[in-house]
Design a protein around this ligand. Structure first.
Ligand code: APR
Length: 261
């Protein structure tokens, strides 16, 4: 296993040793809402602060919900779009971006925020879409028009109309919808080519994304989980750390040899 042998030598703390030993290593990061929690972005399933504790996910984040009340769904996503502009990447996002100096890093994210990119990550695949892209729900054309301002969260806002008279929706993947093909293909490739997969800030229950660490383990690849809570992946992961993203990620690559024993 390249990771263990090379790193033993390079990880005496010397940056150039680390760079030399990791340069041909591919690190694939699979991130979920938890990596953005320390930026002040609520996760989905936290019983108190989670988004799904406040709204019904099938009412607000499904094709059926959109058809039933597009104005409610549009308002909720517009609020999240604007909320993202008031937060910053944290040390977790920054660490992943900094790993690019040492290794070939690919980020597979379930997050619809752009904090990985704002931290400087280059290869980012959004499995569940983005809060910064919009498209017509009838002709699929991308929408680049003006978005209504939203100083305060409001219950309902009418979505803009496309010239084809379709409604403009956020380009996010709702429950029951397929994942974008290119993002999925890139993610599977990034897992298959990885020397180590770091799974951070996800409850590992939403498929098909939650199947990616299983694929890595089936390939015999090291899987390191970072999550303050246990998840269904914790037993199977090579290493499972009860730590936060911003706490664990900055020094994680240096700790790997000791963690892998
Ligand atoms: N650092 C690391 N992990 C954290 C932190 C933190 N600071 N804070 C919370 N977590 C963990 C939680 O313990 C939890 O296991 O992050 C996880 C967040 O889980 P979810 O809220 O279920 O979010 P996620 O796994 O990204 O959800 C997957 O479900 O609702 C859909 O489409 C939505 O992409 C989302 C998908």
């Amino acid at each position: 296993m390249l990771v263990t042998s090379g790193m033993g030598a390079g990880l005496g703390g010397r940056r150039d040793g680390l760079r030399a030993s990791l340069v041909s290593v591919q690190v694939t990061v699979l991130s979920g809402a938890g990596i953005s929690a320390e930026s002040g972005v609520p996760t989905f399933r936290d019983v108190e602060t989670g988004l799904w504790a406040k709204v019904d996910p099938y009412e607000i984040s499904s094709a059926e919900g959109w058809r039933a009340h597009p104005d409610k769904v549009w308002a909720w996503y517009l609020w999240r779009h604007y909320m993202m502009q008031s937060v910053e990447p944290n040390n977790g996002h920054r660490a992943v971006a900094a790993w690019q100096d040492y290794a070939d890093v690919h980020v597979v994210t379930q997050n619809v925020d752009n904090l990985h990119e704002r931290a400087g990550s280059k290869n980012v695949y959004h499995l569940h879409g983005s809060l910064f892209e919009f498209r017509c729900d009838r002709c699929d054309d991308a929408y680049g028009g003006v978005l209504p301002a939203m100083p305060e969260p409001v219950e309902i806002v009418d979505p803009p109309r496309c010239p084809c008279d379709g409604l403009i929706r956020p380009n996010v993947v709702w429950f029951g919808e397929a994942l974008p093909d290119d993002a999925w293909q890139n993610s599977v490739e990034a897992v298959n080519n990885a020397d180590v997969v770091v799974v951070v800030g996800t409850s590992s229950i939403v498929y098909p994304a939650a199947g990616l660490p299983e694929l890595a383990l089936a390939n015999g690849t090291v899987v390191v989980e970072v999550n303050p809570e246990r998840t269904p992946l914790s037993n199977a992961a090579t290493v499972s750390l009860r730590e936060t993203a911003a706490g664990a990620l900055p020094g994680l690559l240096q700790r790997l040899p000791a963690l892998l024993g």
